[in-house]
Design a protein around this ligand. Structure first.
Ligand code: ZN
Length: 253
C-alpha cells in the first residue's frame, strides 16, 4: 500500500507508467474513433443500397402500371374493331335512309374512337419501351453501384475484424498496466477520460503553460484531494514538469 506522503520516486514511477498507459490508451481511442467512422460509413452505404433498390422498385412499378394501361387500351381497340365489323355487316342490311343515317353516324363515332384507341396504344407502346430502357439502364447502373458497395462493405468487415484483434490486445495491455499504477493516478485519469475532454489527459508543462489547453498557469498546478497528481487549473488535465525524468516508451503494438 502506498502511504499518504508522496515520494518523488513513486510519483515519477506512477507518472512514467501512466504515460505508457496513455500511449496505449490513445491508440485504443483512435481505434474506437475509426471503428465508429467505419460503422457510420457502412450505414451510409447501406442507405445508398436501399435507395437504389427503392429506385428500381419505383421504375418497375411504373413500368407495370404502363403495361396494364397498354393492355387495357389494346382490349378497348379490339372491342371497337369488333363493333365496327359488326356494324359493317348491319350496314349491308339497311332497309331505309333513316336506318342508313343512324348506322352511318354510329360508324363515324366508332371510327373516331378506333383512331383514338390506336393513337393511345402507340403512345403507351412508346412509354413502355422507354420504361424498359429506363429499367435496363437503372439495373446496369445499380449493378456497378452495388458491386462497389459490396467491395467497400467487405473491406470494412476485414478492417473491423483486424481492429477487433488489436483492440483486444490493447485492452489486455491496458488492464495489465493498470495494476502497476497507483489508484489515485488511475482514478484521476479515468475521470478525465470519461469527461468530454479530448486527449491527452496527462501532459507536460512548458514554461508554466499547460501543454493540453495552452493556458498560462499562475501556480504550477494544484493537487487534488490526497492524490499526488497535479492538475491544470484551467482544463484539469494531469500535468508534470517537462524536465521530469520519464522515459516514454513507444507502444509495441
Ligand atoms: Zn490545461
Amino acid at each position: 500500500m502506498r502511504s499518504g506522503s508522496f515520494h518523488a520516486k513513486e510519483v515519477e514511477e506512477d507518472l512514467r507508467q501512466l504515460l505508457i498507459y496513455q500511449q496505449y490508451d490513445r491508440r485504443l481511442l483512435e481505434l474506437e474513433k475509426s471503428s465508429a467512422l467505419r460503422v457510420r460509413d457502412g450505414q451510409t452505404l447501406g442507405r445508398r443500397r436501399l435507395d437504389g433498390e427503392g429506385r428500381l422498385a419505383d421504375a418497375l412499378a411504373k413500368r407495370a402500371a404502363n403495361g396494364n394501361d397498354l393492355r387495357a387500351a389494346e382490349v378497348e381497340l379490339a372491342e371497337t374493331h369488333a363493333k365496327l365489323k359488326a356494324l359493317e355487316l348491319r350496314s349491308g342490311r339497311v332497309k331505309n335512309s333513316l336506318q342508313g343515317e343512324s348506322v352511318g353516324e354510329e360508324e363515324r363515332i366508332l371510327r373516331a374512337k378506333k383512331a383514338r384507341c390506336e393513337e393511345k396504344c402507340l403512345t403507351l407502346m412508346e412509354v413502355c419501351e422507354n420504361g424498359d430502357r429506363e429499367v435496363d439502364d437503372l439495373r446496369a447502373e445499380l449493378k456497378v453501384l452495388f458491386l462497389s458497395i459490396d467491395d467497400k462493405l467487405g473491406e470494412f468487415k476485414g478492417a473491423a475484424s483486424d481492429s477487433a484483434k488489436v483492440k483486444t490486445e490493447l485492452e489486455n495491455m491496458l488492464s495489465h498496466l493498470r495494476g502497476s499504477i497507483g489508484k489515485n493516478w488511475m482514478g484521476a485519469y479515468d475521470r478525465l477520460r470519461s469527461s468530454k475532454l479530448p486527449p491527452p489527459y496527462v501532459c507536460p508543462v512548458e514554461g508554466n503553460r499547460c501543454n493540453g489547453c495552452r493556458m498560462h498557469m499562475a501556480a504550477n498546478g494544484a493537487g487534488c484531494g490526497n492524490s499526488p497528481a497535479r492538475h491544470c487549473e484551467f482544463c484539469n488535465r494531469i500535468i508534470y514538469e517537462e524536465d521530469t525524468e520519464i522515459e516514454n516508451e513507444e507502444p509495441a503494438i
